[in-house]
Ligand binder design. Structure first.
Ligand SMILES: [Mg+2]
Length: 281
């Protein structure tokens, strides 16, 4: 793979709980992202929400005060569509999901059908009903392949919590006896394809997230340098229960110093390769 010639490092940045929370920008987030843009440090916003397209998300961030382009956004809908296009070019899908997922599948050469699909694809959806669940179930029973954009059980909203993609997937898994293959965080499929979009090596990639079971687990498994921010779902008190730990824990994205972090991440990688050389002797 061709890596960027100039970039020494780059970032995968989760959105909800890292740059905004409940529709409000987290203080310091815009300044951090602006510094990345000014210093031409590659980064991608990484989200397990498949409802919106890259452009929708870029516009939403712009309204919150973060000016980026749609090339700086990577969703689990994009990851799912590019994965399916490699599995079955020009294939067909029955979709329980919204605009972001439908657009991504179309952009990758898929047709959306309502009978005999190659794949049943489930993403975030607030408009599903018993009828579409029954249709999907019958397709699964008849042999369609079962894909989930992600398995997040629920999503925070400004008024509380709503069932997430993972909850819809569980219903279909229970009814069909089939298990979905999930593409979104922490799946290595999305974590790796996002890193490839950045055109960086694993050792140059820093993952910033607020959720241990998706952002940090996904980054940890692929050998990225992981930074947990405490402005979202995982609190400091939750940390001891996890068998894997982030490389760093910071109070918020505002306390991240890019230069120091890059040095830390890259020096960790040098010490790792030194250790592996020693063990090879
Ligand atoms: Mg989050």
């Amino acid at each position: 793979m061709a890596c960027r010639m100039n970039a020494k490092h780059g970032y995968l940045i989760d959105m909800d709980g890292v740059v905004y929370r409940g529709g409000r920008l987290i203080p310091g987030a815009a300044a951090f992202v602006n510094r990345l843009v000014e210093n031409e440090i590659p980064f991608l916003f990484l989200t397990n929400n498949s409802q919106r397209t890259r452009r929708d998300i870029a516009t939403r961030l712009e309204r919150l005060g973060i000016r980026i382009s749609e090339e700086n956004v990577y969703t689990c809908a994009d990851a799912t569509a590019s994965y399916l296009a490699r599995q079955s070019p020009g294939g067909t899908a029955f979709v329980i999901g919204e605009g972001g997922l439908l657009t991504a599948l179309h952009d990758h050469g898929f047709s959306i059908v309502d009978r005999d699909p190659d794949f049943v694809v489930v993403g975030e959806c607030r408009t599903f009903n018993a009828e579409v669940m029954e249709q999907a179930l019958n397709m699964l029973v008849n042999g369609a392949k079962f894909i989930a954009t992600n398995l997040d059980p629920n999503c925070p909203t400004s008024s509380g919590t709503r069932p997430g993609c993972g909850a819809l997937v569980s219903m279909l898994e229970s009814a069909s006896g089939r298990t979905a293959f999930s593409v979104g965080k922490p799946s290595p499929v999305m974590m790796r394809s996002a890193r490839k979009e950045l055109m960086l090596a694993a050792s140059q990639t820093i993952m910033i997230g607020d959720t241990m079971s998706t952002d940090i687990l996904g980054g940890h498994q692929l050998g990225y340098y992981t930074v947990l921010v405490l402005t979202g779902t995982t609190s400091k008190e939750d940390l001891p229960q996890f068998s894997y730990q982030p490389d760093e824990v910071v109070s918020s994205i505002a306390s991240i110093n890019d230069e120091r972090l890059a040095e830390q991440a890259l020096s960790r990688d040098l010490s790792l390769s030194f250790e592996s050389e020693l063990s090879a002797v």
